[in-house]
Design a protein around this ligand. Sequence first.
Ligand SMILES: Nc1ncnc2c1ncn2[C@@H]1O[C@H](COP(=O)(O)OP(=O)(O)O)[C@@H](O)[C@H]1O
Ligand SMILES: N[C@@H](CCC(=O)OP(=O)(O)O)C(=O)O
Length: 374
Amino acid sequence: MSGRQALLKSQCWVVKIGSALLTNDGKGLDKASIALWVDQLVWLREQGIEVVLVSSGSVAEGMTRLGLTQRPSQLHELQAAAAVGQMGLIQTYETEFKRYGLHTAQILLTHDDLSDRKRYLNARSALKALVGMNVIPIVNENDTVVTDEIRFGDNDTLGALVANLVEADALIILTDQDGLYDKDPRRNVDASLISEAQADDMSLDQMAAGGSGALGRGGMVTKIRAARLAARSGAQTVIVGGRIDKVLCRLREGEALGTLLLPNQERQAARKQWLAGHLQTRGQLVLDAGAVSGLRQKGRSLLAVGVKSVSGRFRRGEMVACVDEQGNEVARGLVEYDFFDAAKIIGLPSDQIESVLGFINEPELVHRDNLVLV
Ligand SMILES: Nc1ncnc2c1ncn2[C@@H]1O[C@H](COP(=O)(O)OP(=O)(O)O)[C@@H](O)[C@H]1O
Ligand SMILES: N[C@@H](CCC(=O)OP(=O)(O)O)C(=O)O
């Protein structure tokens, strides 16, 4: 399945709404538009699509609330504006989703949260749990604690990393242009819209060279880069105009709006390759024959009950090798428990984990989504 067809079948969307759109041309949050996007996000949920929202707008809203006419240049002022503005942003979404009786959750992330494996797994479990509870997670960068070096800066990158995190099928980037044009449409009246391309097509880069608008941070450069990052876990990206009437519903129904940027591999293969990129094992789990066949033949997760021994000094979220009793490697995966805890629960059914450890991270020792067969 390729192209727009895949969107019809997709199950999980990360929708990113950029500053350029959200902030009513610099005059505070565009609440009327936010209400319309919320209507559409709720409609997507009703179609059975899991939705995670990545929303910018905290700095712009903070500027309005603090009466600043120019985006601050000093980091501490930017952080202060973001902290003030994030309140208004979340308040607005909370009010709009409440119309439908839906709860929202605020998730503020930094680059560190997603590069540290333990925090990565924690963020993943929390987001998945929220989505499972029919809550709409609203993600933004944690502007108050980040410094220059670790800032995502733009939320396109954050959107892509969240798409990797929740293994979304689609990253939808809503912006103030109808999509990616062959040159900046603000400066070139003859620019034409690119309807579909491979995310890794390098000729896209020069089309995006025009920079960003006055309110946005990354322009199209970071959107194309985001599409490439999202493609690592097999997600498609659509860059599309957020002001197009019922844009999200129409995309779901297969209408060819905006620019579709495709991953160059099938989702499963991309996901496995992405995991493989993280491989550097920190320990070893020896599996019994039942667990080996569960992983190999049935594509199951690894449960503690099927593990005979552990070695190494791994921590939760690190990569471990899973070997059979003869020492042959069967798979590698991200482990859900630290070495000392894993050693205590091997051989036990999952419903005994809590009584032995006093807590439970996950019922699996290695979840099948985090497992690559060797
Ligand atoms: N080839 C291009 N096609 C479309 N927009 C482009 C292109 N090159 C640069 N741009 C600029 O990118 C802007 C959108 O990016 P940005 O301002 O960062 O918005 P956002 O806040 O939505 O991320 C557009 O307003 C446009 O001026
Ligand atoms: N965290 C910042 C977002 C940065 C930003 O504006 O990004 P983008 O929407 O990608 O141009 C904020 O909420 O203002």
